[in-house]
Design a protein around this ligand. Structure first.
Ligand code: X2X
Length: 333
């Protein structure tokens, strides 16, 4: 063996050694969410993984599992699983966490918010932190808040222009508060997993559903199976990126900073693309053949009045302290 060849072999084995060392120190975290892989939830989660790998020099990376695969299709169970350390990471929306933490319903109280400035004054400020503190008690560290969005109603029966139009419609809803809201409107709500909703709409098991335009309705092609959409903005739903407290506590402060920064940047990006896709969404949905109805301020008032009993009932469950803090921040936004 000549000298040059020995050198090459030594260099090659050094490189292999370095690769092995980095392979050993790298940890892949599992992130669960319950929408498809075309949504802005998924894009935000993927962005988080890229940023995290970047910031930790490859020591931490993320594998994203869509469609609630890791919780047997149950979108409500994910938060509880993260809380007890059975999942590392989750991207989920507030309404999905209400069975575990009823206070999370504050965000989605009917007609709490009128615009994005009001939303940002709560999710990106001290009111949001009140909820993060409660989630921490359940073993979930909220790293950053993103956006599902203002939830709009779609159906296959008729255009919805007033509360009376909801009468008798079979509506798929995600969580318990929306059951109460739909009941106030005279609809027949049923709670159903998001993963089962497309088929249920297709087969006419339900007439309609409600979801945000940019984050879910467009990327999940709900326009393929629904004819009418009304921009009634009846409930806002944030998402958050959370990590199990056990995992979080296992890292040093540099690693925790990397996690926090990557999450904030990823959720900022996620919120931005969600708002862009929502802004251009109505034109897109019309092109796809949906009939869009945009209620006037007066018509929105009629929906607000009709859903007020559900607001009051759920404001009680959330607690006056939290509701007042949110309403103050909203009034000052
Ligand atoms: O199930 C829904 O409607 C969705 C996708 O918006 C949530 O996860 C709350």
């Amino acid at each position: 063996m000549n000298f040059a060849k020995v050198g090459r072999v030594a260099a090659a084995s050094m490189i292999t050694g370095a690769l092995m060392a980095s392979a050993v120190s790298a940890e892949t975290l599992r992130l669960s969410h319950n929408t498809g892989d075309s949504t802005t939830w998924h894009k935000g989660a993927e962005r988080f993984g890229e940023l995290l790998a970047d910031k930790t020099g490859g020591d931490l990376d993320v594998r994203v599992f869509p469609n609630a695969q890791l919780s047997g299709g149950d979108q409500m169970r994910q938060a509880e699983m993260v809380g007890r350390g059975a999942l590392d990471l989750v991207v989920t929306s507030a309404i999905n966490v209400t069975p575990l933490v009823p206070e999370m319903a504050v965000f989605s109280l009917p007609y709490l918010y009128a615009n994005y400035d009001q939303v940002d004054a709560t999710t990106q400020g001290a009111p949001g932190e009140m909820l993060s503190d409660i989630l921490l008690e359940k073993g979930i560290v909220v790293l950053a808040w993103g956006e599902n969005g203002f939830r709009e109603v779609t159906n296959n029966v008729r255009p919805i222009t007033s509360p009376e139009d909801m009468e008798g419609l079979n509506m798929r809803v995600a969580g318990p508060m929306y059951i109460d809201v739909m009941n106030e409107l005279g609809a027949n709500p049923q709670q159903m997993q998001w993963g089962e909703t497309m088929t249920a709409l297709q087969q006419g098991v339900v007439d309609g559903q409600e979801n945000p335009i940019g984050a879910v309705i467009i990327p999940q092609q709900i326009y393929e199976v629904q004819e009418y959409l009304t921009t009634w903005h009846y409930s806002y739903d944030p998402i958050f990126l959370g990590i199990s407290k056990d995992k979080w506590d296992s890292y040093d402060s540099d690693m925790q900073t990397a996690l926090s920064e990557a999450a904030q940047e990823a959720m900022d990006y996620q919120r931005q693309i969600t708002r862009e896709d929502t802004a251009s969404g109505l034109d897109f949905l019309r092109e796809q053949g949906m009939e869009i109805y945009e209620p006037t301020a007066e018509e929105l008032d009629a929906f607000r009045t009709a859903t007020k009993p559900a607001f009051d009932e759920w404001a009680d469950k959330v607690g006056a302290d939290i509701v007042n803090t949110f309403q103050e921040a909203i009034a000052n936004a």
